[in-house]
Design a protein around this ligand. Sequence first.
Ligand code: SAJ
Length: 430
Amino acid sequence: PAVCVVGLGYIGLPTAAVIARSGSKVLGLDVSQQVVDTINRGEIHIEEVDLDGLVQGVVARGLLSASLEVAPADVFVIAVPTPFEKDEHGEHAPDISYVLAAGRKIAPVLKTGDVVILESTSPVGTTEKMRDMIAQMRPDLKIPGITRETPDISIAYCPERVLPGRILEELTNNDRSIGGITPRCARKALAFYKRFVRGECVTTDARSAEMTKLVENAYRDVNIAFANELSIVSDRMGLDVWEVIRLANRHPRVNILSPGPGVGGHCIAVDPWFIVHGAPEETPLIRTARGVNDGKMHHVIAKAEALIEAQPDARVACLGLAFKANIDDFRESPARFVASRLARKFGNRMSIVEPYAAQLPIEFTDTGVTQIDVDEALEDCDILIVLVDHDVFRVVPLAERATKLVYDTRGIWPDQPRVVREEAAKLALA
Ligand code: SAJ
């Protein structure tokens, strides 16, 4: 089939490329001329393992092209952002305007037999809203869930669940839930995914599939919040949280996740709000977990500040800015937030190590902070604040850091002498 992918971002572009590799002709739509031009040159505007070679190949073979303008296709895949905004009560409200805009864009070219699939993380009911909009714009088409006769088109919701850094692998290997507006819609979408997905494809209704995606990320957020709360409690009690978690996880039915400086990325810190917004009275746990994870950033800042202030002559290195290990994605990163706060206070004696950044982000300009590499940090700095668990940090042997004051928010150096723990206990007592 001819496929049209709407939105060529972190999900849309890899998806378009993988579908093209399976032999379908793919047209990618984006609202940015720059993105369109970049892809048509066979280049990419985002970083993801192996994506550059794949895009170059499918563009060269004429299987993938990009455009600002829609064209007829057999299958439409929508992968546009669904951010949140603060509503009039200051609550986090999902913004589905990009999804509706995508629906508006494709509606004029839809024809009998077409399949429309929404992949964007969306609040429950969004696929139906998009369906209603298409119905309004195309009264000539029989629309599923509205007409009693066999509909002309199929509409389904099928969330992506790929992990940045492993997108290409997970796009093909992960299981997928495919939610149809009707069972027939689900079957049509299933036939499409079967062409390039090796994982199991399970069909359901659209609303259940929408909720499933939100639940997966809220589950992770709540579990990370538990770990983060434990780390704050352990600081208070002068315990090593990593030791406690390691021991607790020996229980056959306990599997505590890892504390960190907070939760970043564009999904785990966002999607839980979509559930809270849909059922505010019934979601105290999910809401609190969000608060705990955001609060962890401030705990880390306060603890790091106390440590640095207690050593007025020491040089400080913050290790890592990315939102998680081994990727070069700095958007919504707690590490970056913590480092920028510390930079404003201690800029002239602070450095940052981030091997995945060619240069420091804009907010570090004029703070006095310099970018150095791991070796320089180990030579020149007395205090090391570990904010990201990049492998390049993890492999530093004890001998090279034994004399440092280390605040390890990711638990990458379990053998480090526990100076900060004692420091923290003193602060807690004070
Ligand atoms: N984190 C911790 N402790 C942990 C695990 C993660 O602090 O034990 C932090 C990370 O450092 C990071 C944040 O949480 O700041 C999120 O990282 P992540 O690796 O958990 O997730 P993402 O945002 O990269 O991708 C998630 C994945 N969802 C789940 O694992 C349930 C991915 O499968 C989804 O496709 C993606 O969200 C998405 O697009 O929704």
